[in-house]
Design a protein around this ligand. Structure first.
Ligand SMILES: Cc1ncc(COP(=O)(O)O)c(C=O)c1O
Length: 406
């Protein structure tokens, strides 16, 4: 099976597989990478063929896709999530982060408060703070592997908030939110006159047994001001090619956003990502369903291995994507003592922390340190299991040995 044979990505300019980057976060350039959120799987065959066709032409000139991208995205939303959206209600944007940053700039002002649930994907913090907005870091409730919304605290934290930046399903925990959670968030937004932005880049990778509900679809019942972002990038492992789509709850917002992208000359994708996206959305459903089953099996295998063999590490109970947050509180103090008392053994740059260095050196497993997702989360690591089950299980065995050595 394609997923059992991941691609050898060494020497391909992949950020995840470059030694210096791995050394920076894990103190060991030879550690095997389980960090940056892309997968090691070969893309679906129509996507590969589209890339090969373009390479065969040998010219990468200006494209003209007309409305084909939005049409392909609209059909995908209907087939995958049951959301009926007209192509003209969708807008292309050059990547998820660009789209969110643009919307923050356009629809909020300097000094506005933006609430972001935490642990959070670090660029959310950076985008909020760099643009002069005030970050309201709202910790999700957490207990023994379970992350959830604490509605009472959420309501309290909403005081004076102008925008909610939500991530659904959530990175790094993998939580898939229920309709009731989403309605709650939308209702909070409506009550406080706050815009609800939802980053749904991981939404096509929900495991069997769970269902993702797009914020824009649920909002039909809530009537909040909402912007829903989704993308083919994580879904089809084409994340290095920046492409995302946006849905707005009002045509005024949509027009303002489009106008702004045109002013910035950022309204046209490259020929490469356009071709890959159309190939993916038109042909990728079967591959995607197979992938979701594979990721679900990887997640279940990780969970049962840790429960049985290494209970010091607790996997978050998320049910989406290929990343999980692992709670290592049980060994944190010992790992900290080990790392701090042997600085020569754990060199590295600013990108890592105690646990990423500990596992990098002692298990040869490079993961994102929990501190990357907020200071509160230093006792966690994020593990990327978007690779073969064999590699995942071998990495867990090495992690268990490292834990036992403490
Ligand atoms: C939640 C989330 N949003 C956005 C991105 C990046 O999206 P893009 O590369 O399209 O800007 C990532 C990548 O890891 C992510 O996890």
């Amino acid at each position: 099976m394609i997923f059992d044979n991941p691609v050898d990505r060494k020497g391909t300019n992949s950020v995840k597989w470059t030694k210096e980057n791995i050394a920076n976060i894990s103190s060991n350039g030879d550690a095997e990478p389980f960090w940056v959120a892309d997968m090691d799987f070969q893309v679906e065959e129509h996507i590969k063929a589209a890339g090969e066709r373009l390479a065969g032409v040998g010219v990468y000139g200006y494209p003209s896709f007309g409305s084909r991208l939005e049409e392909a995205a609209s059909s995908w939303l209907r087939a995958k999530h049951g959301w009926d959206v007209k192509p003209e209600d969708l807008t292309f944007t050059m990547g998820m982060l660009h789209g969110i940053a643009s919307a923050i700039d356009l629809f909020t002002r300097k000094g506005d408060r933006i609430l972001v649930p935490s642990p959070m994907y670090r660029p959310f913090r950076e985008m909020t703070e760099r643009s002069g907005r005030i970050l309201v870091e709202h910790d999700l409730a957490y207990e023994n592997g379970r992350f959830s919304l604490d509605r009472e605290r959420f309501s309290r934290d909403m005081e004076g908030v102008r925008c909610i930046l939500f991530c659904s399903p959530q990175n790094p925990s993998g939580i898939v939110f229920s309709e009731s959670d989403l309605l709650f968030v939308l209702e909070e937004g409506r009550k406080h006159g706050a815009l609800v932005m939802s980053d749904e880049i991981h939404s096509d990778l929900v495991h069997p047994g769970s269902k993702h509900l797009p914020m824009g679809m649920v909002n039909a019942k809530a009537g909040a001001q909402a912007i829903t972002f989704f993308a083919p990038s994580k879904t089809f492992n084409i994340a290095g090619e920046h492409m995302a789509f946006v849905h707005f709850s009002s045509s005024d917002m949509k027009e303002a956003f489009r106008d702004r992208e045109e002013t910035m000359r950022l309204y046209e994708p490259s020929i490469t990502i356009g071709e890959l996206t159309i190939a993916a959305y038109e042909n990728g459903l079967e591959y995607n369903e197979e992938l979701c089953r594979y990721l679900g099996r990887n997640a279940a295998a990780i969970r049962s291995y840790l429960e049985a063999e290494c209970p010091e590490l607790i996997m978050a109970d998320g049910n989406a994507s290929f990343v999980t947050f692992i709670d290592a509180s049980a060994i944190y103090s010992k790992a900290e003592k080990e790392v701090l008392s042997h600085p020569e053994k754990y060199p590295g740059g600013s990108g890592g922390g105690i646990l990423s260095r500990f596992f990098g050196v002692n298990a040869s497993v490079a993961m994102n340190d929990g501190t990357w997702f907020g200071k509160e989360w230093k006792k966690f690591v994020r593990f990327n299991y978007g690779t073969s089950t064999e590699r995942v299980m071998a990495a867990l065995e090495r992690m268990k040995k490292a834990v036992d050595s403490l």
